[in-house]
Design a protein around this ligand. Structure first.
Ligand code: NDP
Length: 287
């Protein structure tokens, strides 16, 4: 007997989630502010509720995937959450998740927050590496593991409802740093007429080769010894920064994405961090 699911929100992500539950045989009730978006899912077997209140009333397990925390508040405020298991997959901040968890509990619901580490094509594609961070009620995740595990893997990160959002934003922030770096790299080769498809595999391999450096960072943060196992000293790296800035200038590329990071490197060096790796920069940020 597959658990019946209510899903509020049929945007790109909500629709992808919905299809995996339908395909796995879970009875599904959906609601979307703009009803037209529910039509295709109705044809695939979903029950379409006329209101969010009606959808919430239909099932114990209520999954929410809306644009932002404000839309969640707007949508759920007109519903009766008493006795419901609310799983909020809407992206928000850790503080928003904590407030929403208390808000839901005040209304008699159990609450689990989720941060989706996947784009819609990775939903329901087990080999694609997508997963969802969950935090809040562990009991709720355990109870609905078979249902919540259908669209993507589940990774529980703690009782604090804000942690799923925190891990989510931490990973995505690192991703934006990577995208910033690759944008600069592509800009450097542009005017030479080099095929970007020549650079792409080299970039991908290099980023993968460099990624394990995060383990050394973690080790240094835990021990407090930022010189532990250092391969490239900060002093050496700072000495190399003019090469990067000059190359950017020669290639007619703005260094605006690199400069703030180089500035932090210089500040840490000035504070006496020359023998460290780059871990000391975290102290400058997290002060
Ligand atoms: P979309 O923009 O495709 O859909 C937004 C959804 O929110 C629609 O169902 C929309 O309804 C609804 N909505 C917006 N405002 C309100 C409101 N005030 N009241 C009721 N409903 C509202 O976004 P996605 O589906 O892609 O994303 C949904 C959530 O999933 C977001 O929090 C996003 O950050 C997260 N996510 C998305 C990823 C992605 O790659 N797409 C990846 C990881 C997380 P309507 O149709 O009426 O406009």
């Amino acid at each position: 007997e597959k658990t019946s699911v209510t899903l509020l929100g049929l945007g790109a992500m909500g629709s992808a989630l919905a299809r995996t539950w339908l395909a796995a045989g879970h009875p599904l009730t959906v609601w979307n502010r703009t009803p037209a978006r529910a039509a295709a899912l109705a044809a695939e077997g979903a029950s379409v509720a006329d209101s969010a209140a009606e959808a919430v009333a239909a099932n114990t397990l209520v999954i929410v995937c809306l644009r932002d925390d404000a839309s969640v508040g707007e949508t759920l405020s007109g519903t009766d959450l008493a006795g419901r298991d609310v799983v909020n997959l809407t992206t928000g901040t850790p503080a928003q998740a904590r407030v929403r968890a208390a808000w839901a509990r005040d209304r008699g619901a159990r609450y689990l927050d989720g941060g989706i580490m996947a784009v819609p094509p990775m939903i329901g594609a087990p080999g694609a590496g997508g997963h969802v961070f969950y935090s809040g009620s562990r009991e709720l995740l355990e109870r609905h593991q078979d249902t919540l595990g259908v669209p993507a893997g589940t990774t529980y990160v703690g009782e604090d409802a804000g942690f799923a959002a925190l891990y989510d934003v931490a990973l995505l922030s690192a991703m934006y740093g990577m995208f910033a770096g690759t944008a600069h790299a592509f800009a450097l080769i542009r005017k030479e007429g080099i095929d970007p498809a020549t650079l792409a595999p080299l970039l991908a391999d290099w980023l993968v080769a460099m990624a394990p450096a995060v383990h050394q960072t973690a080790d240094q943060l835990r021990t407090g010894d930022y010189t532990r196992g250092v391969v490239s000293r900060l002093a050496m790296q700072v000495a190399g920064t003019p090469t990067f800035l000059r190359t950017a200038e020669e290639q007619g590329v703005s260094a605006e994405l690199l400069s703030p990071y180089f500035e932090l490197m210089r500040r840490r060096l000035a504070e006496g961090g020359g023998d460290e790796s780059l871990t000391g920069l975290i102290d400058l940020l997290a002060r």
